[in-house]
Design a protein around this ligand. Structure first.
Ligand SMILES: C[S@@+](CC[C@H](N)C(=O)[O-])C[C@H]1O[C@@H](n2cnc3c(N)ncnc32)[C@H](O)[C@@H]1O
Length: 347
């Protein structure tokens, strides 16, 4: 299977290699001297960071400079050059220091074999399950973690969880106890613990689907006795047999479209719209294309994502909803690191 097919089939595990062909694709050839210039600039930034660490400079100060530098280098050079710079950063001594933060290391090592697993997200949520890793971290690792976990992308992910819980509650209150909800790529469904409607038993059915059996098992045991049904399945499952999944008042996917090429994103959106009841809502979230954390994430965390602009989101929504009676809107989270595409079925 080609790298491109892996990236778009919606079923295979997501690894940096599998989405590299999309994330770092560019029609522009590498210009003469561009790669050397990039290598030199990156080496300088990494050397400065290394020296600062050695001299015991305040960690927050080092990290601000490092995040800014990695973002600047990423943006200054073509994606193809940047792709070649990533291993340079990953093999540098600074990477080993950054990996003293258990969150950065987890992302880099990918203990579940793919990027962005629910265990990783739990570091962002500050979930109790991550505490033992933080307790075992070195003092430097703890300080780096304090910085990284407050970076804009992490702030936006925590807000995303809160927005989703609020939307679930709004849908539940508008459906008088009959609300049916489908979460695609649910991970550990951390928004579930924040939903008043789930607590108050005013949701009829909340299907949480994920391709990772470990996460499905965690959801099944955490939400036993509630309206939540944990289901093991992939995007591919939905694409192949959406008709067997039933219909819903609210279908959403967060932390998934960032890994799906447009072709699959459009197909999945079409299927999700088919699963909506009249007046039902579909939402998909995506990291925005100008997040300042991208350089750090793609190097030290080895966590490449398909970042999308507002126009990219519109393109998916327009293509997926062609000929349907729907209302499409876009909204951003507060720090604009995450963009939300929302489609409401009108009839
Ligand atoms: C970044 S996490 C997001 C989890 C959760 N939605 C959240 O916001 O915390 C991505 C999740 O997508 C799941 N996933 C990745 N590819 C998938 C696929 N093709 N089908 C279903 N789930 C998938 C992973 O197992 C993981 O739990």
């Amino acid at each position: 299977m080609s790298e491109m097919n892996i990236a778009i089939d919606g079923e295979s595990l997501i690894t940096p290699a599998s989405i590299a062909s999309k994330v770092f694709s560019s029609p522009d050839p590498i210009r003469d001297g561009e790669l050397d210039a990039g290598r030199t600039e990156l080496a300088l930034h990494l050397r400065v960071a290394e020296q600062q660490f050695q001299q015991g400079a305040p960690v927050g100060q080092i990290m601000v400079r490092l995040f800014t530098a990695m973002n600047a280098v990423r943006n200054r050079y073509s994606p193809k050059v940047w792709e070649q710079l990533i291993p340079v950063a990953q093999n540098h001594a600074v990477a080993r220091l950054c990996h003293e933060d258990p969150f950065t290391r987890w992302s880099f090592e990918k203990p579940r074999g793919y990027s962005g697993d629910a265990g990783l997200l739990d570091f962002i949520y500050g979930h109790a399950s991550t505490q033992r890793y933080l307790d075992a971290a070195s003092p430097l690792g703890k300080e780096i973690h304090s910085f990284v976990s407050q970076a804009p992308a992490c702030v936006a992910v925590r807000e995303r969880r809160d927005i989703l819980a609020q939307m679930v509650d709004d849908v539940a209150s508008s459906r008088g106890g009959e609300a049916e909800i489908l979460t695609i790529a649910s991970g550990h469904l951390r928004e579930g613990a924040m939903s008043d409607a789930l607590k108050n038993k005013t949701i009829k059915r909340w299907v949480a689907l994920d391709q990772d059996p470990l996460s499905v098992g965690a959801v099944a045991s955490e939400f036993v006795g509630t309206a939540v049904e944990a289901v093991n399945g992939s995007v591919g499952t939905i694409l192949k047999r959406a008709q067997t999944f039933g219909t819903y008042d609210f279908v959403y996917a967060a932390g998934l479209y960032d890994y799906l090429a447009d072709e699959v994103a459009i197909k999945l959106t079409q299927r999700c719209l088919q699963m909506l009841k009249p007046n039902g809502t579909f939402l998909f979230a995506n990291f925005a294309d100008e997040i300042p954390d991208d350089g750090y994430m793609e190097t030290f965390m080895n966590w490449a994502l398909l970042l999308r602009s507002e126009e990219d989101m519109w393109r998916i929504m327009r293509a997926a909803s062609e000929g349907l009676d729907v209302e499409c809107t876009i909204r951003f989270g507060q720090n604009k690191n995450i963009v939300y595409g929302i489609i409401r079925k009108l009839s």
